[in-house]
Design a binder for this molecule. Structure first.
Ligand code: SF4
Length: 72
């Protein structure tokens, strides 16, 4: 299932700095398939989109979990 945030997500839209070489793979894995495993989506869905750090990548689950635990 496609992530509902695709159109406005800075990661999917290639608007983040230092996009990793694996960005294409991550888009397939998270954005186009299973957003429930995406660190950005985890933060957006629990704390709100405005709380998603500008530099958070979809595979940074520990960082997302820390943010959620400290803000939730
Ligand atoms: S899965 Fe994550 S990175 Fe992809 S569009 Fe959704 S919030 Fe953005």
């Amino acid at each position: 299932m496609e992530c509902p945030l695709l159109k406005t997500c800075n990661f999917f839209q290639d608007k983040m700095e230092n996009m990793p070489a694996t960005a294409g793979i991550m888009k397939k894995r998270y954005c186009l398939k299973d957003n429930s495993k995406c660190a950005r989506f985890m933060v957006a869905s629990t704390l709100g989109r405005e709380k998603v750090p500008a530099d958070l990548f979809p595979n940074q689950h520990d960082k997302a979990a820390n943010l959620i635990n400290n803000n939730g």
